[in-house]
Design a protein around this ligand. Structure first.
Ligand SMILES: [Zn+2]
Length: 398
């Protein structure tokens, strides 16, 4: 029996001990799961099981974020920005408006950004990370760390959402049936970004050079029982022997020579996904957002912020901190982004609590301080009760 099947049986037994009150469909889903990181026919979690979680003692109270509705929901309609129209020629020039003082410092162009979005809005706005890096996905693949981030719409269906290159690079792989296409982009510094479950009508081909924010495709409407979503990874390899090269260590369905790789790594493995070359995508994006140390740009409050206010702190975590003020958050509000503090790219944590993303921001009226820009959410929990989901409180404005 392949090692992965042994692991599966062990996990099924363990899960049974801790989740005897799980509804029959959820248990059936565990039994039907294959070894692949992305099986094609895993039963869909019901909205109630997704919200309540499998643990009878740890039903996470969903506060401000409704569960993503995997079934209903129209495709997010792309609302293209209004095309600029040339001003009509006029004989008498309009009086020039009073020139507003120009900003003294120009914002740096972002080098890295989030991989999903809706046209006309900041990347990431309207989405959350339902299963974070190196967290456990108990309804889908218990007993395994997730090697990337699963991005879902906060409301409605994720199918049709736009998928963007997170940084400039070259497309080195387009293919697979994940289900859906996989696109892999190679970046400077030996990093690869991987985008899974795309509609077959991808917008790029192998060899294309892409810019940050360039459209790669849209999220697939799958047609199987798994809710539509983007599986997104950042890693240091296209192929590596033990994962997806010539001698994969575990018997995932995505075996030798499978560029996408399995998307999961056994909890029982002696090494953490970061040891194999996977990276915490949010930490990479935040840490490399600006080409120069620190940073200067803008952040925007998403349309559905997970919190209504943020505490302004005198310093980032790890230093003596003092609460300075409480900053109310209004959707669409912009703040100046002065500095970024992100956790390590090769994080060794194993839950959403391991995410660390802080911004130093300034308001228009001069308040300034550090705020926590990504927060762990109990929307999904690992089998040990730690959160697997991450919500974004502020988004970089491209
Ligand atoms: Zn995934």
């Amino acid at each position: 029996m392949p090692p992965c099947q042994v692991n599966w049986l062990r996990h099924i037994a363990g899960v049974w001990q801790t989740a005897r009150s799980v509804a029959a469909p959820a248990l059936l889903s565990l039994l039907l799961l294959g070894c692949s990181g992305e099986p094609v026919a895993a039963p869909q979690p019901s909205a109630s099981s997704a919200v309540a979680g499998p643990s009878p003692t740890a039903a996470p109270a969903l506060t401000s974020t409704p569960p993503p509705s995997p079934t209903a929901a129209p495709t997010p309609t792309a609302t293209p920005p209004p095309s600029p129209t040339a001003p009509p020629p006029t004989a008498t020039p309009a009086p020039s408006p009073t020139a507003s003082p120009s900003p003294t410092v120009l914002a740096q162009p972002l080098r890295f950004g989030y991989p999903i979005g809706l046209a006309g809005r900041a990347p990431g706005d309207g989405f959350f990370i339902r299963h974070g890096y190196a967290s456990e996905n108990t309804w889908y693949n218990p007993g395994h760390w997730h090697t990337g981030e699963d991005w879902y719409a906060l409301a409605g269906d994720t199918a049709g959402a736009e998928v963007y290159a997170v940084a400039a690079g070259e497309v080195v792989y387009v293919g697979s049936n994940y289900p859906g296409r996989v696109v892999i982009v190679a970046h400077d510094g030996g990093l690869f970004s991987m985008y899974g479950h795309l509609d077959p009508a991808v917008a790029v081909g192998e060899g294309d050079v892409v810019e940050r924010g360039q459209l790669l495709g849209t999220v697939l409407r799958r047609g199987d029982a798994v809710p539509n979503h983007l599986h997104f990874e950042i890693r240091t390899f296209l192929f590596t022997d033990a994962v997806n090269g010539s001698t994969p260590r575990y018997g995932f369905r995505c075996g030798p020579g499978c560029a996408p790789g399995p998307g999961y790594w056994p909890i029982t493995a002696p090494d953490h996904p970061s040891d194999l070359g996977w990276r915490n995508p949010t930490h990479v994006i935040a840490g490399r957002m600006f080409g120069e140390p620190g940073g200067l740009g803008e952040v925007v409050v998403p349309e559905r912020p997970p919190r209504t206010s943020l505490t302004l702190w005198s310093a980032p975590p790890g230093e003596p901190q003092e609460a300075l003020d409480e900053l109310p958050l209004a959707p669409g509000e912009r703040l100046r982004l002065l500095e970024v503090r992100a956790g390590p790219e090769d994080s060794r944590e194993t839950s959403a609590q391991g995410y660390l993303l802080w911004y130093r921001v300034a308001t228009l009226d001069g308040a300034e301080g550090w705020v926590e820009a990504a927060v762990a959410s109990p929307f999904e929990m690992g089998s040990d009760g730690r959160p697997s989901s991450v919500e974004l409180v502020l988004l970089p404005s491209p």
